[in-house]
Design a binder for this molecule. Structure first.
Ligand SMILES: [Zn+2]
Length: 99
C-alpha cells in the first residue's frame, strides 16, 4: 500500500504525478535545482511523461508566439489539468505496469 511512497523516498526521483504537477515550472525554467534533478531522471525514462511535457511545452510556446499574449499561470494551470486529463489513461497504465 505504501510502495509508491517508499519508492519515491527511496530513489529521490519524481513519479508521474510529481512530473505533471511541476511540468509548468520545468518548462518555464522555474524549477529549483534540486527539483529539476529529481524531475529529469523520471522524464528521461518515462514515455508518457515525455509526451505530456512535450505537449504542454509546445502549447505554451505556441501561445507565447501570439502577439500580446503571454500565458498567465492560471491559463497554464488549466492547460496542465486538461492535458493531464487527456493523458490520464496513459499515465495510469505506465504507473501500474510496475506492480
Ligand atoms: Zn512518468
Amino acid at each position: 500500500m505504501f510502495n509508491a511512497i517508499k519508492r519515491f523516498f527511496g530513489n529521490g526521483e519524481f513519479d508521474c504525478d510529481d512530473v505533471v504537477n511541476h511540468s509548468s515550472a520545468y518548462i518555464d525554467n522555474d524549477l529549483k535545482p534540486d527539483l529539476r534533478s529529481a524531475f529529469q531522471p523520471h522524464l528521461s525514462k518515462c514515455g508518457p511523461c515525455q509526451t505530456f511535457v512535450g505537449t504542454l511545452s509546445s502549447t505554451i510556446v505556441a501561445l507565447g508566439k501570439l502577439p500580446g499574449i503571454s500565458a498567465p499561470s492560471a491559463l497554464k494551470q488549466s492547460l496542465v489539468d486538461r492535458i493531464r486529463w487527456e493523458n490520464s489513461s496513459l499515465l495510469w497504465r505506465s504507473r501500474s505496469s510496475g506492480y
